[in-house]
Design a binder for this molecule. Structure first.
Ligand code: ADP
Ligand code: MG
Length: 252
């Protein structure tokens, strides 16, 4: 089986007036269809850089990135990116915000609009379709941002610390919501976070990055006997065992 995403020997540096910053070094991993993979690592280790490369926004200085066996630069329409901040536009309603990607790609049809309205309904935002972003809570805004990304029907979802702007309590429920939406839709996802607990609670597998330049220090498959709810996982005995394991890898 061809992996959905195949990253081989990827390295990347930034060049500025001050000199060269090596951000990533020799990153190799694959992700299969339907997998939910978390990437954890300290701040500044190259996590956002990795997602930018996976999105095909920038080309790596070395190595290759294939999506369904083709160069990522040719597969950009199959990739959805969800940012750290929701980037909703205040002058648009929630429905107009979640339609934005489709409008830009000239794929907005009346059927697509119906689908978006039923997604908003399904994810508890139906009555806010005509509201402005500032009328929504942080968690609702993140859900709207996810719907905007899912509207483009991407094969691969890239999530860059999507919960980090939320307070702790909201973060737990939003993480639960968002990961259940992703799993229900059978999406393949890469979740980048500096929060170990979040990674362990949500993913099927964890890639642990070293501090800059980021290299893969460990790859840890997670087995919660089929339980996928982040909140329920946090109460399982496996959770603390994995926490200690990942913590040790990060510290070495
Ligand atoms: P993370 O998301 O893990 O916090 P980043 O990928 O944002 O890390 O950054 C990795 C390193 O590359 C950091 O040292 C950062 O300062 C540097 N960096 C990121 N973006 C740029 C840029 N556009 N120009 C120069 N250096 C950058
Ligand atoms: Mg980052």
């Amino acid at each position: 089986m061809t992996p959905l995403l195949e990253v081989s020997g990827v390295s990347h540096s930034y060049h500025t007036m001050e000199g060269e910053t090596k951000a990533l070094s020799h990153i190799t991993f694959s992700i299969f269809n339907g997998e939910f993979v978390a990437v954890v690592g300290p701040s500044g280790c190259g996590k956002t850089t990795l997602l930018t490369l996976l999105d095909g926004l920038a080309a790596p200085e070395a190595g290759t990135i294939l999506v369904n066996g083709r160069p990522v630069s040719e597969a950009r329409q199959h990739i959805g990116y969800m940012f750290q901040r929701d980037r909703l536009l205040e002058w648009r309603t929630i429905l107009a915000n979640v339609s934005l990607g489709l409008e830009i790609q000239k794929r907005m049809t009346s059927q697509a609009r119906e689908e978006l309205i039923s997604m908003l309904d399904a994810y508890g935002l139906g009555e806010f379709a005509g509201s402005r972003p500032s009328e929504l809570s942080g968690g609702m805004r993140q859900r709207a941002a996810l719907i905007r990304t899912l509207a483009l029907k991407p094969d691969l979802l890239l999530l860059d610390e999507p919960f980090s702007a939320l307070d702790y309590q909201t973060r737990l429920t939003v993480c639960d919501d968002i990961s259940s939406i992703i799993r229900k839709n059978g999406k393949t996802a890469v979740l980048v976070t500096h929060d170990l607990s979040e990674a362990i609670s949500a993913a099927d597998r964890i890639l642990v990055l070293s501090s800059r330049p980021g290299t893969i220090k460990a790859e840890i498959p997670l087995d919660f006997s089929g339980e996928t709810s982040p909140i329920r996982r946090r109460n399982m005995p496996e959770f603390s065992a994995y926490f200690n394991l990942v913590w040790k890898e990060l510290k070495i």
